[in-house]
Design a protein around this ligand. Structure first.
Ligand code: ADP
Ligand code: MG
Length: 269
């Protein structure tokens, strides 16, 4: 897609929340698939040592010879780390547990916060003609997540529609502010998306009210419903958009993609 107003190169979005199990990986995979469905070329960077995004898109452990670890810490050609998925427009750099030691190894590197930033801006990246790069962050505010925020134009925050959902968001906002002050002054908040939303559950409604009262315009209108098809899809190594294209989960991620494409990223926080 050619957008003359867009700066050269893909838009880079970090999907972050230091809580585990809130829908980061699910959102990364399915938002990427929804963007690809509308003609965008999308690269997922799996930045979680658990490698769930890689597994969920069918990159088996034996096919992860080169990973995000090599992208960050080794001199490796992009062609060796960027892998295809079942969808031609959806690429991934996979991760393995190696990445958990990278967090420590990064500390001794003087460019430690900029390694992903630099890796994603190497000229060989142009060959992929990407429109978006989505970074699936680990459940922590460690140096890997900081690398994602330094590399990114914006941060997208999945918020599980559960008790204590907002707990931790202020810490996350603080980290975003720190990254702005030290390394990436233009970092925006793409938005906060309510995940695993249950219409029939009063708690989901209460979390939504709380989120909109406290975070206002930062919260996407689109809510991702709790939907069993969404949770089944990774075991078939497919995004839910391919696994059950008419499911409520698939439709919600399409809506989220459209909202993201139309909205200007929000500055606040
Ligand atoms: P994170 O990456 O933040 O740890 P995941 O994306 O792995 O979170 O989601 C945690 C669990 O919740 C996974 O088992 C996933 O399949 C499930 N899940 C996520 N979103 C939904 C949804 N909309 N409906 C049903 N299950 C979901
Ligand atoms: Mg995850």
């Amino acid at each position: 897609m050619s957008d003359p107003t867009r700066p050269r190169g893909p838009k880079i979005i970090a999907i972050a929340n230091q809580k585990g199990g809130v829908g980061k990986t699910t959102t990364t995979i399915n938002l990427a698939a929804a963007l690809a469905e509308t003609g965008n070329r999308v690269l997922i960077v799996d930045l979680d040592p658990q490698g769930n995004a890689s597994t969920g898109l069918g990159i088996d452990a034996e096919n992860r010879e080169f990973t995000t670890y090599d992208l960050l810490l080794d001199d490796v050609d992009l062609v060796d780390v960027v892998q295809k998925t079942a969808d031609d427009d959806l690429l991934i750099i996979p991760a393995t547990v190696d990445l958990s030691s990278a967090d420590i190894e990064l500390f001794s590197n003087e460019k430690r916060s900029f390694l992903l930033h630099d890796a994603l801006r190497q000229t060989a990246m142009d060959d992929y003609e990407l429109d978006y790069i989505l970074i699936d962050c680990p459940p922590s505010l460690n140096l890997l997540t900081v690398n994602a925020m330094v590399a990114a134009h914006s941060v997208l925050i999945p918020l599980q529609s559960e008790f204590f959902a907002l707990e931790g968001v202020s810490q996350l906002m603080l980290t975003i502010r720190e990254v702005r002050q030290t390394a990436n002054p233009n970092l925006r908040i793409e938005g906060i998306v309510l995940t695993m939303f249950d219409m029939r559950n009063n708690l989901s409604g209460a979390v939504e009210k709380d989120a909109r009262d406290n975070l206002g315009e930062l919260v996407f209108k689109t809510r991702i419903p709790r939907n069993v098809r969404v949770s089944e899809a990774p075991s078939y190594a497919l995004p839910v958009l391919a696994y059950d294209t008419a499911s409520k989960g698939a439709q919600a991620y399409r809506d989220l993609a459209q909202e993201l494409i139309k909205n200007q990223p929000r500055v606040a926080a």
